[in-house]
Design a binder for this molecule. Structure first.
Ligand code: PAF
Length: 281
């Protein structure tokens, strides 16, 4: 593993790798790395000669100053975790200005994806994601980029971004990595108290329950059932549970409305916001 703090140094190395004809994979992260991130790096290592992993808590995608302040930052632990990886370049800038060299706005109109679920609950969030991801793409110029399917809506946003700018980047969605009890791995899990951590697997249980009911119950009935089920946990507050087609996240009323359908959920557990999803068909 080689560690870069400065984008100019990384850019020089990438130019050099290109002259050698190397295939470059890219895994963007905000640090506090866990097995989910490692699985993305491993997926990249299988298909690319060199992987670039960024570790950068992007202020532009936080719509809540407290959330940004408390977001876990564990750089030395992260670097320890990555130390043994070969052909891995880690870009972890000290300064926001190393990423945001200009104030150009790369956000695009996302249509329905920019209106629902995360976009509705975190205004401006995806504009921040698009701005940082586009800057990273321009810096790293990856052949393939790897994103975790846990952030399903983000995956669709990045797909639209790549399409809009005509970037020659292949996008791979990687499966959600879960704890043994089903909780989707997330840097935010660290922020749960032990009582909250004990409740958290209820989220995936509810998603599994939803999937079991397809196609016997309608999307509307499943939604009602899941929200009722989650209400039995006093500390767990669902923000949304939506059943939608997988391309633009339009809600579906019947299982025949679309070929592929996903259930997406976000809950608040104490002060922590947790997100998860499951493909229903
Ligand atoms: O998914 C994340 O961790 C972030 O949104 C990303 C893609 C690294 C951009 O800051």
């Amino acid at each position: 593993m080689i560690f870069y703090k400065l984008s100019n140094d990384l850019r020089d190395e990438i130019r050099h790798l290109r002259t050698l004809g190397k295939r470059i994979g890219f895994v963007p992260t905000m640090g506090a790395l866990h097995q989910g991130h490692i699985s993305l790096i491993q997926a990249s290592a299988l298909k690319c000669d060199v992987t670039v992993c960024s570790i950068f808590v992007n202020p532009a995608q936080f719509n809540n100053a407290e959330d940004l302040k408390h977001y876990p930052r564990t750089l030395s632990k992260d670097l320890e975790l990555l130390a043994g990886f070969k052909n891995l370049l880690v870009y972890a800038p000290d300064e926001v200005s190393d990423v945001y060299k200009t104030d150009e706005d790369f956000a695009i109109d996302l249509g329905n994806i920019g209106l629902v679920m995360e976009a509705a609950y975190r205004p401006g969030h995806f504009n921040g994601v698009m701005n940082v991801v586009k800057r990273f793409f321009d810096l790293v110029t990856p052949d393939i980029t790897f994103f975790g399917q846990k952030d399903f809506q983000q995956c669709l946003v990045v797909k639209m971004l790549i399409r809009h700018y005509g970037l020659p980047i292949q996008l791979e969605f990687c499966p959600i990595t879960r704890e043994q009890d089903g909780l989707a791995m997330s840097s935010r899990n660290e922020q749960l108290s032990s009582a909250e951590r004990a409740i958290a697997p209820a989220i995936f249980k509810a998603l599994l329950h939803a999937k079991e009911q397809v196609p016997v119950l309608s999307p509307h009935e499943i939604r009602k059932q899941v929200l009722n089920e989650l209400q039995t946990y006093p500390d767990l507050l669902p923000e949304y549970f939506e059943i939608a087609e997988t391309e633009y996240l339009h809600p579906v009323e019947s299982w025949d409305d679309a070929l592929n359908i996903v259930a997406c959920i976000t809950v608040r557990l104490g002060k922590v916001r947790l997100i998860d999803n499951i493909i229903l068909k």
